[in-house]
Design a binder for this molecule. Structure first.
Ligand code: PAF
Length: 275
């Protein structure tokens, strides 16, 4: 594995017009969720690039940018072990200059759900993802379905900007007890970690109710609210939408996402299930 910090160096190394390039962009602190993306990308491509860059522009003032978990040395070992060819680890001044052209996320889809709780977050995500796509010029890029709205907005950007990139969406990976892997799970105290199980349990409850024929969104949402009730949890949202993130009254099997965002202490966690 070659670790690259400079854009021109990576571009030179990737200058093989016929190879299929798989790309897994990350903010590091790699866990089994990332590893599943990397392994899938390894199987499906000739050259595998991963990136680690904690992107400042997608963090809002007061969010956890300065204390975002970083474990570069362990991440390098994971990437090496997963047979990554090139690990791109640029610094901030390599990726950003002052007063640059900005990408704006579309109004409708970026000001609901995550965008409502974190206004401007998706502008920063799209800005860095576009830069990374232009540097790596990948054939296939791998994203997890846990960040459902991010995935959808990246797809829209690929479409709207006519980018020649195939977006591969990958299933959510969970710890053995159901908690979805997230780099932020390390913030949880022992008690908070136990409480966090309520998130995946609420998601499972929704799936179970739907499986039994309950399609009324209000009823399912109320049941989920009840199951998430805890002194340690503050619910940011429970939304059941169609796959274009439009509100629905009745679950449409095959076209529904159940999404949850909560805060446990100071840790913000999201999860979802695609029905
Ligand atoms: O999902 C993430 O880790 C980040 O939002 C991404 C796509 C790497 C952009 O910084």
């Amino acid at each position: 594995m070659i670790i690259v910090t400079e854009i021109n160096e990576l571009k030179k190394l990737l200058n093989n017009k016929t190879a299929k390039i798989g790309f897994v962009p990350t903010m590091g602190s790699l866990h089994d969720g990332h590893i599943s993306l990397i392994k899938k990308a390894r199987k499906e491509n000739d050259i595998l690039v991963a990136s680690i860059f904690v992107n400042p522009t997608q963090f809002l003032a007061g969010e956890d940018l300065s204390k975002y978990p970083r474990k570069d040395e362990a991440d390098k070992k994971i990437c090496e072990f997963c047979d990554v060819d090139y690990l791109f680890m640029p610094d901030i001044t390599t990726m950003y200059s002052n007063d640059e052209v900005l990408v704006k996320a579309p109004k409708l889809n970026s000001f609901i759900l995550e965008g409502e709780c974190r206004p401007g977050h998706f502008d920063g995500v799209l800005q860095i993802v576009l830069k990374l796509f232009n540097i790596v010029n990948p054939t296939n890029v791998y994203f997890g379905k846990k960040d459902a709205q991010q995935l959808s907005l990246i797809r829209q950007m690929v479409n709207d900007f006519y980018l020649d990139v195939n977006i591969v969406e990958c299933e959510i990976v969970r710890e053995i007890d159901g908690l979805a892997y997230s780099s932020r799970n390390v913030y949880l105290s022992k008690n908070e970690r136990t409480e966090a199980l309520k998130i995946s349990q609420a998601i499972k409850l929704a799936a179970k109710l739907i499986g039994k024929g309950e399609l009324n969104v209000d009823i399912i949402t109320k049941e989920m609210q009840r199951s998430l009730t805890s002194e340690m949890i503050s619910i940011e949202y429970i939304h059941i939408t169609n796959k274009n993130f439009k509100s629905i009254k009745t679950v449409e099997i095959g076209n529904t996402i159940v999404l949850v965002a909560v805060k446990i202490g100071t840790t913000r966690l999201i999860d979802n299930i695609w029905i």
